[in-house]
Write a protein that binds this ligand. Structure first.
Ligand SMILES: NC(=O)C1=CN([C@@H]2O[C@H](COP(=O)(O)OP(=O)(O)OC[C@H]3O[C@@H](n4cnc5c(N)ncnc54)[C@H](OP(=O)(O)O)[C@@H]3O)[C@@H](O)[C@H]2O)C=CC1
Ligand SMILES: O=C(O)C1=N[C@H](C(=O)O)C[C@H](O)C1
Length: 272
C-alpha cells in the first residue's frame, strides 16, 4: 500500500451537494486517493468551516473554500458535479493547475461544451452524463440493438429523477439517445423529439423520442424502448444509490493520471 501522502490528491467541488457529499465519503474510505480540498459557492454557509464537521461528523482537517484556483493548485484531480456555468469556469482553472478534471455535471449548451474542449488541450478531462458501470454498459447495448433494427422500430427513451433535478432530458438519456442514433447511422440532432404536448400529430418515422418524469427521491431510472409491430424490447437501468456514480468518478480520477491531455468519457475509462 502507498503511504497516504503519495496518493493523488483530489478536490471536490459543490461539496455540500448530493453528489459532493457522497464523493467525500468514498474518498475518505479510499486507499488510492486522498481528499486535499473542498470547494463551494461564494457566500454559502459551509465556507471557512471544517468539512467533516460541516457534514455532521468528526473534523477531517479540510477547510471548505470559495477559491477554486487555490484549492486546485494542491490537487492532481478535481471531481466536479455542480452546474454547467461553474464547470466551465473550473475547467479553465483545472487546466491551469494541470489537474485531471472529472466532470459529472449535466445540462451543458453547445457553447459551453466548446469551452470544455478548449480546456482539454492543456489537461485531461473525463466527462460523462453517467459515471456508473451499469449505464455505460447499457449505452453499448443500446447502440448494438439500434444497429440490428431498422426504423420500423420506434426508439423512445424514458427517464425518471428526483424532484430537485434541474435539467431535462437527463445527461444519461442524451447519452443513450446518442448511442441509439449512432447505431442507426443518423445524427441525433435531426431526429430528436422531446417534450410532446398538445396536438403533436403522428410520430415521425425515425425520430428518437425523450420523456422525463420528476418526483420524490428517485435516484435515476432509464428505459430505452424499441417499439415494433406486435413486440417491444425494453432495456432498463435503475440506480438506487448515488455511490455508483461516485465510484465511477473516483476510478476516472485515477485513470486520468496516466493519460495525455484530451477529452475522454467513461467508455474510455472502463475500456468498453
Ligand atoms: N454524471 C453522473 O454520473 C451524475 C451526474 N449528476 C449531475 O451532477 C450535477 C449535480 O448533481 P447533484 O449533486 O444532485 O446537485 P446538487 O444541487 O445537490 O449539488 C450541486 C452543488 O454544486 C454547487 N455549486 C453550484 N455552482 C457552484 C459554483 N459556482 N461553485 C461551487 N459550487 C457550486 C451547488 O451549490 P448551490 O446549492 O449553492 O447552488 C451544490 O452544492 C447535476 O448536473 C447532475 O445532473 C448527478 C449524479 C450523477
Ligand atoms: O441529477 C441527477 O440526480 C442525475 N443526473 C445524471 C443525469 O442527468 O443523467 C445521472 C443520474 O441519472 C443522476
Amino acid at each position: 500500500m502507498q503511504p497516504e501522502q503519495d496518493l493523488p490528491g483530489v478536490v471536490v467541488t459543490g461539496v455540500s451537494g448530493r453528489m459532493g457529499q457522497m464523493l467525500v465519503k468514498l474518498i475518505g474510505a479510499s486507499e488510492k486517493l486522498r481528499l486535499v480540498g473542498a470547494v463551494e459557492r461564494e457566500g454559502t454557509p459551509w465556507i471557512g468551516r471544517d468539512l467533516g464537521e460541516a457534514m455532521g461528523g468528526a473534523a477531517n482537517g479540510v477547510r471548505v473554500t470559495d477559491d477554486p484556483l487555490e484549492a486546485f493548485a494542491k490537487a492532481q484531480a478535481v471531481i466536479d458535479f455542480t452546474a454547467p456555468a461553474a464547470t466551465v469556469e473550473f475547467a479553465a482553472l483545472a487546466a491551469q493547475a494541470r489537474a485531471v478534471h472529472v466532470i459529472g455535471t449535466t445540462g451543458f449548451e453547445a457553447g459551453q461544451l466548446a469551452k470544455l474542449t478548449a480546456a482539454s488541450r492543456h489537461a485531461v478531462i473525463v466527462r460523462a452524463g453517467n459515471m456508473s458501470l451499469g449505464v455505460n454498459l447499457l449505452t453499448r447495448l443500446t447502440r448494438k440493438v439500434a444497429e440490428a433494427l431498422d426504423a420500423d422500430w420506434d426508439i423512445e427513451i424514458v427517464e425518471a429523477h428526483h424532484r430537485m433535478k434541474v435539467d431535462a432530458p437527463s445527461g444519461t438519456a442524451l447519452m443513450l439517445g446518442q448511442a441509439a442514433a449512432e447505431g442507426r447511422g443518423v445524427a441525433l440532432e435531426g431526429h430528436r423529439d422531446s417534450g410532446r404536448d398538445g396536438l403533436t400529430g403522428a410520430r415521425k418515422r425515425g425520430d428518437i423520442g425523450f420523456a422525463a418524469i420528476r418526483g420524490g427521491d428517485i435516484v435515476g431510472e432509464h428505459d430505452v424502448i424499441f417499439a415494433g409491430e406486435g413486440e417491444r424490447i425494453i432495456l432498463r437501468h435503475v440506480a438506487t444509490d448515488r455511490a455508483i456514480f461516485a465510484r465511477g468518478a473516483l476510478r476516472a480520477a485515477l485513470w486520468g493520471q496516466d493519460q495525455k491531455p484530451g477529452e475522454y468519457d467513461m467508455m474510455d475509462v472502463l475500456g468498453l
